[in-house]
Write a protein that binds this ligand. Structure first.
Ligand code: C2O
Ligand code: CU
Length: 491
């Protein structure tokens, strides 16, 4: 976010503080867990399914009895869930009825560059007015459209939990905060054959923290808040209300059987270590960002950085009807996240197979191209904020030319915590902190990796099929908006 270029006096960076709501907050575990509706195509032919999404303002009752003005895909928060088959193209027309410019990115998508959501490929508002953002000289290098834009998603990739969200240059964080995010699930044959929980026993859990002003509107640091706002941005915005699928600390009734949860951390900057307040339940991880693991991994708690996905099985048969079990965030003093109420015993013919997928783990190849990406605080190009390899994001600069169809080893080096995300291709973590013993959350194919302060992580990556401009960035969205992003070009 170019605060300095907007005439705001820059403050030295300090630790970001918790945004506290002024609204009257509900007691936890009163609001039922909503399930985002599945998006229906408007038509289908031999080639593709065609969808239309309208980005619009909506007045939503997020806190009971109060109205929150949100920006939503189809006017809901989270947006509708795309539920598609691998290899089946989805053509999505996005209509912008907001009064700001937007960009849509399919996170985890193997997407051709013109549909990937380059931060200056703006959809200007349909109302014909200028986008509302003072983007000044930044407009160069973008492919702008007015009112609408059609994105093509080939979905030519294995089953996985993806998500879509806003990616507007300098404004991603506030626009995602106000509601522009949703799930995109890809399914395939390999996964369909597994005896996993399905139907209403397969549930997305999209976790995001928000704060609310007394009248119910979203609280978010704004330029008008004066000096000090930049410090809040610098560390990323963390807020005091935990929403799951858009509801504050919700409650969900379950049978005493196995459930599959697709956990997405859609928060701007907050990390979670999810755990249960009382045993014996654990999270059996079956998939990560890039789809199924080869074998399940059992976790007592689940550390989820912004933008990461964990596909997990929880077995509630270990509880009795009438029991209640609360999901808490251990990184935040066991703060409440949501609650499950065990309603009744029920039949369960699911199991967790010892082998989930034959998708191979690639051994470390010798003699491949190596690149280093250093994520650091810093001022560059008149831009106070965060840098990659000493540079603030400049849409005219490609920091690397990467050949398709060959493995590369990328090294990520950090100063403080950064969840690092790469567009177009998933990667496999090779080493963390110099050791080939990974963290228990590094397994499988990922597109976002949580890198701790002063840590070095090596990943193996290979880009295929699509030539063009893509991004690597920090997925702390305020860091991203404060320029911790770099373009690279696949050739
Ligand atoms: Cu989830 Cu470049 O983004
Ligand atoms: Cu960061």
């Amino acid at each position: 976010l170019t605060l300095t270029s907007c005439g705001q006096e820059a403050n030295p960076a300090q630790a970001g503080e918790l945004l506290r709501s002024k609204a009257k907050l509900p007691e936890p575990f009163q609001v039922p867990l909503p399930i985002p509706p599945v998006k229906k195509p408007i038509r289908s032919d031999a080639k593709a399914d065609y969808y239309q999404v309208v980005q619009r303002k909506a007045s939503l009752e997020i806190l009971p009895g109060l109205k929150t003005e949100a920006m939503g895909y189809d006017g809901i928060l989270p947006g509708p869930t795309f539920d598609v088959r691998s290899g089946r193209t989805a053509i999505v027309e996005q209509v912008n009825e907001l009064d700001v410019s937007t960009v849509v990115h399919l996170h985890g998508g193997h997407t051709p560059a013109p549909s990937d959501g380059w931060p200056l490929d703006l959809i200007m508002p349909a109302n014909g007015q200028h986008g509302g953002h003072q983007m000044g000289g930044h407009m160069e290098g973008g492919d702008m459209t007015t009112g609408r834009r059609t994105y093509t998603y080939p979905n030519a990739q294995r089953a996985a939990t993806l998500w879509y969200h806003d990616h507007t240059m300098d404004y991603t964080a506030p626009q995602v905060y106000r509601g522009l995010f949703g799930l995109h699930i890809i399914r395939d044959e390999e996964e369909a054959e597994l005896p996993l929980p399905k139907g209403d026993r397969e549930i997305p859990l999209i976790i995001a923290d928000r704060a609310f002003d007394a009248d119910g509107s979203f609280l978010y640091p704004a330029l008008k808040d004066g000096p000090g706002v930049e410090a809040k941005y610098m560390e990323g915005v963390v807020a005091d209300v935990t929403l799951v699928n858009g509801a504050p600390w919700p409650v969900h009734e379950v049978d005493a059987v196995r459930y599959r949860f697709r956990v997405l951390n859609a928060s701007n900057a907050r990390r979670y270590e999810l755990g249960f307040d009382k045993g014996p339940a654990t999270f059996v991880q079956i998939g990560s960002d890039g789809g199924l693991l080869d074998k399940p991994i059992e976790h007592k708690t689940l550390v989820v950085a912004p933008a990461e996905r964990f596909d997990v099985i929880v077995d509630f048969s270990q509880y009795q009807p009438g029991d209640e079990v609360t999901v808490v965030n251990r990184l935040d003093g066991n703060a409440n996240v949501m609650r499950f109420k065990i309603a009744r015993k029920a039949a369960d013919d699911t199991r967790i197979p010892a082998t989930l997928s034959t998708y191979a783990v690639t051994p470390r190849p010798a003699g491949v191209v190596r690149r280093e990406w250093r994520f650091r605080r810093g001022d560059a190009g008149g831009h106070r904020g965060w840098t990659i390899n000493g540079k603030a994001f400049d849409p005219k600069v490609m920091q690397a030319q990467v050949k398709l169809d060959q493995y590369e080893i990328w090294t990520f080096v950090t100063d403080v915590h950064h969840p690092v995300h790469v567009h177009l291709a998933p990667f496999q973590v090779l080493t963390r902190g110099g050791r080939s013993k990974l963290s228990e959350f590094d397994h499988g194919w990922k597109d976002t990796v949580d890198i701790r302060p002063a840590e070095v992580v090596e990943v193996l990556v290979k880009f295929t099929a699509h030539k063009g401009k893509y991004l690597i960035h920090c997925h702390n969205l305020e860091h991203e908006d404060m320029a911790m992003m770099a373009g690279f070009e696949t050739i």
